[in-house]
Design a protein around this ligand. Structure first.
Ligand code: ATP
Ligand code: MG
Ligand code: FE
Length: 334
């Protein structure tokens, strides 16, 4: 089957065409980063307007890239949520219009299920598996006993990892999105500044990053009051070390406790070089295989929605014309 997938949950207008769940015939991502940069973050209304302007253009570009016409498409998959409601609605309505006009099935996809299924574009999935989801809005450990089944065994109690990266970057006067900047800076620095690690209760797989974020901000302010200036690359390296250590340790512990066959990593923060190399180093000593998708499949894209959409399509998941964008869509209820 050939799925045309649409993703507009945040600030990327993305359309992909995926054959049999794994083969990428097209994967187009129109980023709006430049438009949001001057505001220091994503402005929802600006995002919606861009999606309106871009979505049909990107759909056309995907079809041209794949060398296909709509007559060759089997189904339309679209991100139903979570995300910005105005942004989601553009994708959902574009998907509905296409499905209606071409008499095709409409398949709703959860954005985080999509992030996890990015892994299916690079490898076969072996169950039960554990997915570490680290993105702009989510930080969770997800246990999957089979396709389409999601159990959240741990999640952040406050900020998401990507959110912490972006907020710390703003404190250090770096442009949005801050994650890649901190990552680059950290590679040139030493983790020499003492910052906290939130382990929480000994048996908990939950995360917390707001205390770390505050500690970075306080450290910067206290140094400034003493008339000192901390080396930004050391600050970045110290912050990153704190985030990465907790993520890696809890993932490895959960993988053992749940006796999984595979560990997948997903979401924008999975593009982080420090996290990637720390996970790889740690899992060299574990029996379970670790999979991390290439950078372009970690950040928002529609190929991942097509990969998840293929599984949902085969399971018979369908939306009707009442499909809406759902900002707080629940992963476990999928
Ligand atoms: P969600 O998927 O939770 O709805 P989102 O779609 O906005 O949120 P993603 O696009 O998956 O999030 O990821 C974006 C986040 O990833 C941003 O917070 C960004 O700073 C972070 N990020 C991207 N690259 C890196 C990197 N190299 N290091 C750290 N963080 C990064
Ligand atoms: Mg984004
Ligand atoms: Fe995302």
């Amino acid at each position: 089957e050939i799925i045309l997938a649409i993703e507009t949950s945040c600030d990327e207008t993305a359309v992909a065409i995926i054959k049999n769940g794994t083969e990428m015939l097209a994967n187009i991502v129109a980023s709006q980063i430049e438009s949001h940069k001057r505001f220091g973050g994503v402005v929802p209304e600006v995002a919606s307007r861009h999606h309106v302007e871009q979505v049909t253009v990107v759909i056309e570009e995907a079809l041209v890239t794949a060398g296909l016409t709509m007559e060759e498409i089997t189904a339309i998959a679209v991100t139903e949520g979570p995300g910005l409601v105005g942004a989601l609605l553009i994708g959902v309505n574009a998907a509905k219009a296409l499905a209606f006009a071409h008499d095709l099935p409409l398949v709703p996809v959860h954005h985080i299920a999509g992030h996890i299924y990015a892994n299916r574009l690079v490898t076969e999935m072996h169950f039960p598996l554990l997915a570490l989801v680290v993105s702009g809005g989510h930080t969770e450990l997800v246990y999957m006993k089979e396709h389409g089944s999601f159990e959240v065994i741990g999640e952040t109690r406050d900020d998401a990892a990507g959110e912490a990266y972006d907020k710390v970057a703003r404190t250090l006067n770096m442009p949005y999105p801050g994650g890649p900047h901190i990552d680059r800076l950290a590679q040139a620095g030493q983790p020499s500044i003492k910052l906290p690690r939130a382990w929480l209760e000994p048996d908990s797989y939950d995360f917390s990053f707001s205390g770390l974020k505050s500690a970075v901000i306080n450290t910067v302010h206290n140094a400034a009051q003493r008339g000192e200036e901390l080396a930004p690359e050391d600050l970045a390296a110290s912050f990153q070390a704190s985030v990465v250590e907790v993520l890696v340790e809890k993932t490895a512990r959960a993988a053992r406790a749940y006796d999984v066959k595979q560990v997948l990593v997903a979401g924008g923060v999975a593009a982080n070089q420090g996290l990637r190399s720390a996970l790889e180093a740690r899992f060299q000593n574990e029996e379970v295989p670790l999979v991390i998708p290439p950078l372009s499949l970690c950040t928002d894209n529609a190929a991942m929605i097509g990969a998840a959409g293929s599984i949902a399509y085969r399971k018979g998941t369908r939306a009707d014309w009442a499909l809406n964008g759902v900002p707080g869509l629940d992963l476990e209820a999928q």
